[in-house]
Design a binder for this molecule. Structure first.
Ligand code: PLP
Length: 393
């Protein structure tokens, strides 16, 4: 099968670029003495996760209970849900996985959440590993790294039956905010990386001093693709980062390129769409409409990205089309403007690099693996939705 034979829109994974991204990330993790626990929400593909494992990845990170179930069903038995799980439904399903021998940990960051987890696992006669989520600057979930009450919270969790504190987890998601006024993009990545790493180490040292964390045993888990692109490990009073959880690095996307965390040449995922219609305005601007809209690309934008994805001139070289801009999306249409005239005709394929690869993947049932124009494999995307497949709960 060749790319022009595929249904459109379709997501293509360039196998050579993917392999290079996987190798580079594993090498960076190895050089820094950390376990790579890739975030599988990016690809939701057991086939791709096996490639990560074959290269040395230790366990997987997932975002949802449904993803944990899907990857456990595919034979992955060491999972971290990098988010709080607090409902009876979610905790019950994780307990079901644990009862089946899957090593599955999740996050806690509040007393009610931790108490709910403790009650459920205790009632089931199980012990769950939990990671205390720490906010190192992102401002989402997590106990702030400088919160004076953090040791009291960790002490509370440590005393709960049915739970065991494995360590601390943070996500340097503020790396996506881009540079501050006058800051260079590379300096912004370095700053976010240091904040994520050093703030987590700071809290670990404080907890260590309070006898609540053991440097020899505690997991210290960090990770985002932008911060990982600049990662160097550090030691503080016996504590080091033990684990990294980037996800997006397998594909990269227009957002990583804008931040300076990757080049367009490293972007392994493209969306191929077909030109449905072409019109010329009085001023000579050509407007193309392709069959990839919000439902294939999502309407995500982000720091430094113009429009809704990069229109490629050459899919093989990843050279962008300097004139074509993906300026708007409706559900099933992408609106491309080409001042001065287009090189694409009706029915032609257009290759786009999405702004956010993880969200694009989540819209699709499968990924097509390509070597140039040839489709060499087809990978199923699993773990969609909040419930397990076939699970009526
Ligand atoms: N860990 C957590 C908790 C996340 O939310 C994410 C992404 O959102 C990641 C790790 C991976 O980060 P990235 O998508 O930048 O690779």
């Amino acid at each position: 099968v060749l790319v022009p034979d595929l249904p459109t829109p379709a997501l293509l994974v360039d196998r050579a670029r993917l392999d290079a991204n996987l190798d580079a990330a594993q090498a960076r993790a190895d050089a820094n003495g950390v376990a790579l626990r890739p975030h599988a929400k990016t690809h939701r593909s057991p086939a791709l996760a096996r490639l990560q494992r074959d290269r040395g990845a230790r366990g997987l990170t997932v975002a949802t209970v449904a993803e944990a179930e899907a990857f456990a069903a595919a034979g992955f038995d060491d999972l971290v849900v990098a988010r709080e799980v607090v409902t009876g439904n979610g905790l019950g399903r994780l307990a079901d996985l644990a009862a089946r021998g899957v090593r599955v940990a999740f996050c806690v960051d509040t007393i009610p959440g931790a108490n709910a987890a403790s009650a459920l696992f205790k009632a089931r006669g199980l012990t769950a590993d939990v990671l205390v989520e720490v906010d190192t600057g992102h401002g989402r979930c997590g106990v702030r790294w400088d919160d004076r009450t953090a040791p009291a919270f960790v002490a509370h969790v440590a005393h709960l039956e049915g739970l065991r504190v494995r360590g601390l987890l943070t996500h340097g998601g503020h790396s996506y905010a881009g540079p501050t006024e006058g800051e260079a993009p590379a300096a912004a990545l370095d700053r976010a990386m240091r904040e994520e790493r050093d703030r987590l180490l700071d809290l670990a040292v404080r907890l260590g001093a309070a006898g609540l964390l053991d440097p020899g045993e505690a997991a210290l888990s960090i990770g985002s693709t932008p911060t990982f692109s600049r990662f160097e490990n550090r030691e503080r009073e016996g504590f080091r980062i033990t684990e990294v959880r980037p996800g997006n690095y397998v594909f990269h996307d227009a957002q990583q390129v804008a931040l300076g965390a990757a080049t367009l040449g490293q972007c392994a995922l493209t969306c191929v769409a077909a030109v449905l219609s072409r019109h010329r305005d009085a001023d000579g601007t050509e407007r193309l409409f392709v069959d990839a809209g919000k439902k294939a690309l999502s309407s995500e934008t982000g720091w430094g990205v113009g429009g809704y994805g990069v229109v490629l001139y050459s899919a093989r070289t990843r050279v962008p089309n300097p004139h074509a801009a993906l300026v708007a999306l409706s559900e099933e249409h992408g609106w491309i403007e080409v001042p001065g005239g287009a090189v694409f005709g009706v029915g032609d394929p257009v290759h786009l690099v999405p702004n956010h690869a993880c969200v694009a993947v989540a819209t699709q049932p499968r990924l097509f693996v390509v070597d140039g124009e040839e489709v060499v494999d087809e990978w199923e995307v699993v773990g969609q939705g909040a419930g397990a497949a076939g699970d009526a709960r």
